[in-house]
Design a protein around this ligand. Sequence first.
Ligand SMILES: [Zn+2]
Length: 334
Amino acid sequence: MNFPIVRHRRLRQSAAIRGMVRETVLTVDDLIQPIFVTYGKGVKNEISSMPGVFHFSLDTLEEEVKEIVDLGIPAVLLFGIPETKDSVGTSAYAEDGIVQEATRIIKSRYPDLLVVADTCLCEFTDHGHCGMVHTFERDGHVCGDVMNDESLELLVKTAVSQARAGADIIAPSNMMDGFVQAIRAGLDEAGYSHVPIMSYSVKYASSFYGPFREAADSAPQFGDRKTYQMDPANAREALREAESDVLEGADMLMVKPALAFMDILRMLRDQFDLPLVAYNVSGEYSMVKAAAQQGWINERAIVTEMLLGMKRAGADIIITYFAKDMARWLREKQ
Ligand SMILES: [Zn+2]
């Protein structure tokens, strides 16, 4: 008998046969492009740690959105940088808040583009935490507890005002316990039972968020987020987080960040049948951009492999700052 009998290379001989047996396909329909909207006029400022990503004011936003629509990307995820912040994040749920205004503008010009509203308070609170904080002094330092149930009320107000402005999907990212149930009840009561919730179910207290905090001006002013975001060492706990969101009525589950948490994507895919979202976060973006600028890696090949890996791990949808680039690359011939 000749050796070897099994020859895996038979199915790798040409591009045509590789294409035919390919298991995972990345398409533009999988992508969501995040956008940062800020106050002021005529603003288009590049975020220094995220080359190619900008802050837009309401009057410069349209050019960016047009590009996204022209590329065939189906959805944007909105983050807002408000003019004023306070301890309870009033500008998060103001009727004329920055996210609400941006949503109205986008939906009036491009009704078919899905607007996903990030629902959190950290960009709108002066302390930079994702909920209401009870502060106290310990050994001369300001400390604080993020209060769970008190924060839910404000998150519900935020979600309802975003839905009222026209948001198609509510994406709560705050990691308070019970947030999906509270927001679902609030949306239903306000007449938005048709608006789905994309829950940041499994959000780790990760160092990969560094560049985002510059972009969203949302770094905590004291302490950290480890009392509400998950410990990167834990996997089983991710199943408990996801399960409670499923029971509370989430329509989609998310894992954030993605690259260092591919196993979590796979676990959730195997355990739950809801659509699964991977968030390819700012630090993952910045690392690739920096290396590409140095000429150390092939950016297109690396990004394609990363995003394909997220889909292979189980993601149906990918939120990525590379969405526009990827959409362009997918249009060009391979
Ligand atoms: Zn937050």
